[in-house]
Design a protein around this ligand. Sequence first.
Ligand code: ADE
Ligand code: ZN
Length: 325
Amino acid sequence: PTDEQALRELPKAELHLHIEGTLEPELAMKLAERNNVSLPFADLDDLKAHYEFENLQSFLDLYYQLMSVLRTRQDFTDLMLAYLARANADGVRRAEIFFDPQVHMSNGLDFDLVLDGLLEGLRIGHERFGIDGGLIMSIIRDMPVDSAEALLDTATSRADDLLGIGLDSAEVGYPPELFGHVYERAARLGLHLVAHAGEEGPADYVRRALDFLHVERIDHGVHAAADNDLVARIARDGIALTVCPLSSHRLQVVRDVADLPVRQLLDAGVKVTLNSDDPAYFGGYIGDNYIAMARTGMSLDELATIAEYSLEASFATPEQKAIYA
Ligand code: ADE
Ligand code: ZN
């Protein structure tokens, strides 16, 4: 228990967190009522019976369904503040947070409403908790590439309010190179580049995210471990992996968190970080992910090193990084 507190208190960065994945079932039900959105669940208990997932897609189905309750600028601010309060309790000093504009825009919302609501949450959260935050606009890879290009058109005038671009949703069948031109445009806007790869997809999708998208970090990336040459390249180039233990367990990427190649990757010199992905769906926030790895036999020292990697691998300025630790 004291070790658990020590793990929560380690100064850390959260680098892989979907803000929509922090929508707890209680808040989803509350917002559904507040916004007159009808959900196909009788009540909270009925909704809560739907949190067992067979794979990534079965999770995404519920995740996208619940997103429809987010309607107003205030909803996005409330969601962000609820997350930052949890993150603060887990020692998070810096949070680089994904959001899925294409889904909200499909639901009829304006890009600016979503972005302004989230930015307001970050501003209040910084005041309240001292957490630095930034937003990574994530491309839905199983929507048409044209829709991603259109999002870039919309986001161009707001590029200064964004930290980076990411790539998420159903991985297999939607390889990185489809989005080469989108990433080229994002780079020209001065955005940092990251992408989900090697979560359900093979090691080769990680290689292609590096080759064709020129990403600076890989989200998940656990399947890269099957390819020794690729692991050596990732280590040599200092590409951090944002591993999410409880997520990969609950999405049945691995049978047990102990089966994740975290130790192997660390031994090969890869900067592994630990993150929560969609904590409202996977049974825990970032501190719980550190604790889950401790239970597999990782020491407090090893986990403190991982926490340091997370701060280093963030896109914070050197001046900011100096303050976090
Ligand atoms: N969107 C939200 N969480 C995701 C994950 N773990 N993988 C892909 N897309 C996601
Ligand atoms: Zn993710």
